[in-house]
Design a protein around this ligand. Structure first.
Ligand code: AMP
Length: 283
């Protein structure tokens, strides 16, 4: 991959990059379309498929994460991806099994809350693998999804802090018709759970209505605790659902806000059955 990328660079070919863990859906393909817009018809769009072991905790779903390379490559062909980069663990983490692999990239601030609080080693894996993928693909632009808002913020911070010569683009979340954010993990949901999984979207819509509907919502703002209670009530109506966290944060610094008003970001994680779903949206 790197040899090819260096050749493209010598030829002046523009490269756009979409990192994924595969099991592709329309959300991933919207990132491909955005990468294509950025590099133009003559550019190269690279999509990586790699289920990165270092971003999963031992208790998480690494082994059963859905994989279907044949289907993914068909979707990539239809979407106009030029190259699929699908490395394996031996390529990416040579020597890790023997304890020889010992270099990681760590962002120290934005990773502390939200997903980082629930999944303490997750972002170290993400920043490390994204750095490694960038070094292989050498893109000029890389597209990430707003679905993983904190991840996008962390990657942006890392790219700024470490002078990566790469433009990071964040593309909007693609949703099912009933509002559920598309995710490879949605396939874990049993039918009854799938119906209840809309509670993440309904919670966001409810908060937006509270904030935008009330005069004070748009000016003085509303108390996060009051909104959290309303969300708990919505989730209580779904027997399979359990709130992991919901926070109202500044969209860039990810710091919790004192008052929830228009422009702040609502970020949440909910277990539906055994499946942990995340979502976020502008308020
Ligand atoms: P994943 O394969 O889950 O690691 O996701 C790869 C990329 O696709 C990340 O940048 C995600 O934020 C993005 N992504 C995942 N789901 C969606 C979605 N529903 N809409 C837009 N982007 C998404």
């Amino acid at each position: 991959m790197q040899r090819q990328a260096l050749q493209w660079r010598r030829q002046g070919v523009r490269v756009g990059f979409v990192p994924t863990m595969g099991y592709l859906h329309a959300g991933h393909l919207s990132l491909v379309a955005e990468a294509r817009r950025r590099v133009g018809p003559e550019g190269m769009v690279v999509l990586s498929i790699y289920v990165n072991p270092t971003q999963f905790a031992p208790t998480e779903d690494l082994a059963r994460y859905p994989r279907d390379f044949a289907r993914d490559s068909r979707l990539c062909r239809e979407a106009g991806v030029d190259v699929i980069f699908a490395p394996n663990d031996a390529d990416m983490y040579a020597g890790r099994e023997q304890g020889l692999y010992s270099t990681y990239v760590v962002e120290e601030t934005l990773t502390q809350g939200l997903e980082g609080a629930s999944r303490p080693t997750h972002f170290r894996g993400v920043t490390t693998v994204v750095t490694k993928l960038f070094n292989c693909v050498l893109p000029e632009v890389s597209v990430f999804g707003a679905k993983d808002w904190q991840q996008a913020a962390v990657v942006r911070r890392m790219v700024a802090d470490l002078q990566f010569p790469i433009r990071i683009v964040v593309a909007p979340t693609t949703r099912e018709p009933d509002g559920l954010a598309m995710s490879s993990r949605n396939r874990y949901l049993q039918p009854a759970e799938r119906a209840q999984a809309t509670v993440l979207w309904r919670s966001q819509a409810w908060v937006r209505k509270q904030v935008r509907g009330s005069g004070s919502g748009s000016t003085a703002g509303l108390r996060p605790e009051a909104l959290r209670q309303g969300i708990q009530a919505l989730i209580a109506e779904c027997p399979a659902a359990r709130l992991d966290y919901v926070e109202f944060v500044d969209p860039d610094t990810l710091r919790p806000v004192d008052r929830v008003r228009r422009g702040c970001r609502m970020v949440m994680a909910v277990f539906v059955g055994k499946t942990r779903l995340i979502d976020n949206g502008a308020i």
